[in-house]
Design a protein around this ligand. Structure first.
Ligand SMILES: Cc1ncc(COP(=O)(O)O)c(C=O)c1O
Length: 391
């Protein structure tokens, strides 16, 4: 481990040197079954040959030319993502927080262009997480992330997750957009009620407000369909994605529907590296392999297995674990006090299993979407071992 890195992370005392499929290998040669997948990033697992080849081929042709010119990978990726989402336009950046920054700026510009400059507020949900840059952080209500960074930009307000009645009172004539995660990740894996999202859609239409879905964690097939909104049957005006888009290379995207597609004009927004050829080529390879493997159906099957295994584990360790929550392969398992999710995570790592944690003392499972049934069974058996040690 390097003591030259800023201590922004409470890093585990292992150094990862390689990976293959759902396995990661550390510098001592120890193998770990990876059930966090780079925090919902490595949908196709590690060292997938199609991703590696796409990266190598593109790197040998063109790594960077800037957004002053068109280049084939980003143009093709924009067409693929708009075709698959039914949105009209794509903007590329390098991370999730930047995708949300773009959405915040676009919403305000949209209101400004339609002669409603008073509409500047971005309404977000309690428990939501939208990123660490100042705008996205201002849309993130949890004091844990905000403390010590005041003053944050103004023009943000909050409403309770899954509370349509409160939303109705908060969507006033100063609101430009309402941003919501269809499944909240960082808060501990909380799924939106379909009625809440439907009400949000109807109210946003009625009040002239843009509806933004932050699918940075729950999108790109994590809960089954490519876009989480397909699961809920509610289409937003803007969807932000990142994490799994290029299976580990840095890229984020904001996809914009017809309503706001013209809000940005040349010069309004930009990014030097956004949609660079190599990550764009990796993202295209990811989409191709996803189709070949019919990942949507696989995620549905694996999800049923994982939930059954985790429910069984929770009932055997009911002193320690609560009922699992989530959708697809994004699963949160609440840990009861006085037990600690972090201690169980450490014991799991010692047993050879990598899991994550999330808010509210929750264990977070987000394995690669290619995980096999027997690997899920092995993961739960390792978790069983860890629970026996940590609890
Ligand atoms: C829902 C959501 N939005 C935004 C972000 C920020 O993404 P990034 O870390 O790529 O900036 C995250 C990251 O965890 C996230 O889960």
């Amino acid at each position: 481990m390097s003591d030259a890195l800023l201590s922004t992370y409470d890093r585990a005392p292992i150094t990862i040197v390689s990976g293959h499929g759902c396995t990661l290998v550390d510098s001592e040669g120890r193998e770990y079954l990876d059930c966090i997948g780079g925090i919902a990033v490595c949908a196709l697992g590690h060292a997938h040959p199609a991703i590696a080849e796409a990266i190598a081929d593109q790197a040998l042709r063109l790594v960077h030319a800037s957004n002053l010119y068109s280049h084939e990978p980003s143009g093709t990726l924009a067409r693929e993502l708009t075709r698959r989402s039914g949105m009209s336009r794509a903007f590329f950046c390098n991370s999730g927080t930047e995708a949300n920054e773009a959405a915040i700026k676009l919403a305000r510009k949209w209101a400004f262009r339609k002669n409603e400059p008073q509409r500047t507020t971005i309404l977000a949900c309690t428990g939501g997480f939208h990123g660490r840059t100042l705008g996205a952080l201002a849309a993130t209500e949890n004091p844990k992330y905000r403390e010590g960074f005041a003053p944050l930009p103004g023009g943000f307000a909050f409403t309770a997750y899954n509370d349509a009645a409160e939303l109705e009172t908060k969507l006033d004539e100063r609101v430009a957009a309402f941003i919501v995660e269809p499944v909240q990740g960082e808060s501990g894996i909380h799924v939106a009620d379909v009625e809440f999202l439907r009400a949000a859609r109807a109210l946003c239409d009625e009040r002239g407000v843009l509806l933004i879905f932050d699918e940075i964690q729950c999108g790109m097939g994590r809960i089954g369909p490519l876009f989480a909104y397909e699961h809920f049957g509610v289409r937003p005006d803007i969807v932000t994605i990142a994490k799994a888009l290029a299976n580990g290379l840095p890229i984020g995207a904001m996809l914009v529907g017809d309503k706001a597609a013209e809000a940005f004009q040349p010069g309004d927004h930009g990014s030097t590296f956004g949609g660079s050829p190599v990550p764009a080529a990796a993202a295209l390879a990811h989409l191709r392999v996803r189709d070949e493997l019919r990942l949507e159906g696989r995620v549905r099957d694996r999800s049923a297995t994982l939930f059954a295994l985790v429910r069984e584990l929770s009932s055997r360790h009911e002193r320690v674990l609560g009922e699992p929550r989530g959708l697809g392969l994004l699963v949160g398992v609440p840990v009861r006090e006085p037990f600690e999710a972090k201690a169980i995570q450490r014991a799991a790592r010692d047993a050879g299993l990598l899991v994550g944690t999330a808010g509210g003392n929750t264990l977070r499972l987000a394995p690669p979407l290619i995980i096999e049934e027997d690997e899920l069974r092995r993961a739960c058996s390792l978790l069983d071992t860890a629970l026996a040690i940590a609890a």
